[in-house]
Design a protein around this ligand. Structure first.
Ligand code: GTP
Length: 368
């Protein structure tokens, strides 16, 4: 999926998801608008007759029907939720291309018949509005293809038919200036939407991520625990938590300085992520305390994971600059959700087990 260069890489997935939703919504609305406009214009053609359809039915229907058919097709696909249908962007491009084909094609004939200027301007303003809506989705490049392909084809055909370029330019001047203004305004709005998106993501990140380790913070983990409890009550999937506190961490700070302590904390966060599954959640719960949430896990699984984490700390000392590596262990308390208790009660039980682990000599795992 496309993401503007100004979006930082870590927000790109979220941007792609938001953009996909927006494109889908715009595609459905555009299909309804094109259907509505086609129904009105075709209805009026049936009532008052149309010289093009009468003189050249193949061209007449060939220009009028594609936007109608494409829109009906897009709406059927959307409302029937056909499996695997995840190409709203392709449909949106088809809708805009077919609408442009119809507008510019009709203009070729209207132009030759000395068509009335007011109608031409109305048709061209539809093009401007369409381009503006495409620009609002993807910036200037969003409208290059749907606008410039039909516009240059139109100019090519008119030049081929012998219309002088100066006359063409004069006739299209007001259209070009009106659509440029529409496109520029929407481009500014699009840039504003992108920077709004980045600020919102940064705010969200600040409220859910621990800045030192990049792990979830306590607040985000508390929310995650609540949704895990809700999942338990819906599906009866058991889950467990591991509370981990570093042993004598104060010594690292005192001996090597606070910065070295921060480095060890960051490395511990990396190891915890490395030795847990993707579906598990790791959070920094306090200064040198971490909480690991293990979805779909019973007591035995939680013990195996905690033992793996304990070994990952204990067996590999931590590098801090050019000093000898520092050994750092942790004590672990496990609690498995009992199906009734609150999240804070669950954590309190894990904390009691952790206290036991400290009392029994540290660098060990205790189950509540
Ligand atoms: N470098 C650094 N240290 C921190 C941070 N947060 C907490 N600490 C330190 O973690 C240490 C915790 O010390 P204590 O609560 O006495 O516990 P401990 O030394 O780990 O001993 P036990 O828990 O009893 O095994 C303190 O020195 C805090 O300053 C942090 O963000 N960075």
């Amino acid at each position: 999926m496309f993401a503007p260069a100004s979006i930082p890489p870590r927000f790109r997935d979220a941007y792609a998801r938001a953009e996909r939703r927006l494109i889908h919504e715009v595609m459905v609305k555009s299909a309804w608008v094109v259907l509505f406009v086609s129904a009105i214009t075709n209805g009026s053609v049936l009532i008052r007759g149309n010289s093009l359809i009468e003189t050249d039915p193949a061209w007449g229907y060939g220009l009028r029907l594609p936007p109608l058919l494409v829109s009906i097709f897009a709406l059927i696909m959307h409302y029937r939720r056909i499996p695997g249908f995840d190409w709203p962007l392709v449909m949106l491009r088809l809708i805009s291309l077919s609408a442009m084909w119809s507008v510019f094609g009709t203009l070729v004939f209207a132009y030759d018949q000395g068509g009335d200027a007011f109608r031409m301007m109305m048709e061209l303003s539809i093009v401007s509005i369409f381009c503006a809506s495409l620009v609002s989705l993807r910036g200037l490049r969003g409208c290059l293809f749907p606008l410039f392909v039909p516009l240059s084809s139109f100019l090519g055909v008119m030049l081929y038919r012998g219309h002088p370029p100066a006359e063409l330019l004069l006739n299209l001047l007001s259209f070009v200036s009106a659509s440029s203004i529409a496109v520029l305004i929407t481009h500014v709005l699009y840039r504003w939407r992108v920077s709004e998106f980045i600020s919102r993501q940064q705010l969200n990140e600040m409220s859910t991520v621990d800045p030192l380790t990049g792990l979830m913070n306590r607040r985000a983990m508390a929310e995650r625990l609540e949704s895990e409890r809700a999942r338990y009550h819906r599906l009866s999937h058991s889950f467990a938590v591991i509370l981990l506190d570093l042993d004598y961490f104060k010594r690292v700070n005192d001996e090597f300085g606070h910065q070295a302590g921060d480095r060890v904390l960051r490395e511990i966060a990396n190891r915890l992520k490395l030795h847990t599954r993707q579906q598990d959640c790791v959070a920094r719960w306090g200064g040198e305390e971490f909480l690991v949430l293990l979805p779909d896990t019973e007591e035995q699984g939680a013990m195996t994971t905690a033992e793996k984490l304990r070994t990952a700390l204990h067996e590999h000392p931590f590098e801090i600059g050019n000093r000898p590596p520092v050994s750092q262990t942790g004590s672990f308390g496990i609690a498995v959700y009992d199906g009734r208790e609150s999240a804070s009660r669950l954590i309190a039980r894990a904390d009691q087990a952790l206290y036991m682990a400290k009392e029994c000599g540290r660098n060990r795992v205790v189950v509540a």
